[in-house]
Design a binder for this molecule. Structure first.
Ligand SMILES: Cc1cc2nc3c(=O)[nH]c(=O)nc-3n(C[C@H](O)[C@H](O)[C@H](O)COP(=O)(O)OP(=O)(O)OC[C@H]3O[C@@H](n4cnc5c(N)ncnc54)[C@H](O)[C@@H]3O)c2cc1C
Ligand code: FES
Length: 277
């Protein structure tokens, strides 16, 4: 883990939506090989000079080449500054922090990955890991929901990975324009609706969920109805982070700290904690 921020140059930036930019960063390769190993679901602290630091999940598993890919939505102070940068500019990187998804525990099990909106980011890196180690896992289903087809970010990459890894890939949107024959390019509905038709053996399955907070409550209810035990429903939480090292308690979730014990928590650890979801 890199505790003190190290520089990374911006190799490329491209817009995914009016308020979301994709960044490709290059870390110094010496730094990477000596300090940088990464579990999907962990996060990095990225800082922009003069604006401060914020947590982001990498899109892919950072490799030996030192390339880090991020999708960053303009939300406030730090992210607005990051959006003003250009190729060739530098940011600083610390991490990775947090626990990530319990990929060893998930081995041999069927997996349901459920992503809403920009919650796709950590689940994209989890999918990369699963495809890389495909033989260790049972059946995998990836369900992805967004407001409209143009908000299904990274769709082609996900489809390609799903094809390579024999993964069932399903998308749904709340609204989609109709073509001249009255057909839409996507299934219309909410993410929990996709679970209705799925064949699930809950006792040997894990669900990994990432999306906006409103999604969690309805998905947890649906997954429990389908027989998932609470410790098999894994939720990736967003909290305001400062130190990332368990020292400042900015990211407290009940007695736990999101930067150390999370950001991935089983629902069993969150239920009953006011404001956790
Ligand atoms: C583990 C983790 C992974 C994340 N991954 C990504 C990612 O891949 N891409 C991405 O775009 N964003 C991600 N985020 C969210 C991102 O960190 C925040 O959008 C960012 O910190 C906002 O910083 P800012 O200075 O631009 O906004 P601020 O000026 O701090 O705040 C802007 C507004 O957003 C609210 N806000 C800020 N941070 C949070 C937060 N963490 N949770 C809820 N509300 C908040 C503030 O209350 C305010 O209303 C992640 C957060 C966490 C904790
Ligand atoms: S961010 Fe400081 S304790 Fe978690």
């Amino acid at each position: 883990m890199i505790e003190t921020p190290v520089p990374a140059v911006i190799l490329a930036m491209k817009p995914l939506a009016p308020d979301i930019l994709f960044f490709s960063l290059q870390l110094d390769t010496g730094t990477v090989s000596s300090n940088f190993s990464f579990v999907p679901g962990q996060f990095l602290q990225i800082s922009a000079a003069g604006a401060g630091e914020a947590p982001f999940s990498p899109v892919n598993l950072p490799g030996d080449d030192g390339v880090i890919e991020l999708c960053i939505r303009k939300a406030g102070h730090v992210t607005a500054k990051l959006h003003t940068l250009q190729t060739g500019d530098y940011v600083h990187v610390r991490g990775p922090f947090g626990n990530g998804f319990p990929v060893k525990q998930m081995e041999g099990q069927d997996l349901f990955l459920l992503a809403g909106g920009l919650g796709i980011v950590p689940l994209h890196s989890l999918l990369s890991y699963l495809v890389m180690h495909r033989q260790r896992f049972g059946a995998i289903t990836f369900m992805y929901g967004a407001k409209e087809p143009s908000a299904l970010f990274l769709r082609q990459e996900l489809q390609d990975m799903a094809c390579t890894g024999n993964i069932k890939f399903m998308v749904t949107v709340e609204f989609a324009p109709e073509d001249e024959t009255g057909k839409t390019s996507c299934n219309i509905g909410l993410l929990p609706d996709l679970l209705q038709g799925a064949i699930i053996t809950a006792e040997r399955s894990y669900a990994a969920v990432c999306g906006p907070p409103a999604l969690y409550k309805c998905l947890v209810g649906e997954l429990k109805t389908l027989g998932f035990k609470e410790e098999r429903i894994l939720l990736s939480l967003e909290r305001r982070m400062k130190c990332g090292l368990g020292r400042c308690a900015h990211c407290a979730v009940g007695q736990d700290l999101c930067c150390i014990d999370g950001p991935v928590f089983p629902y069993s650890a969150l239920k009953g904690i006011e404001g956790a979801l």
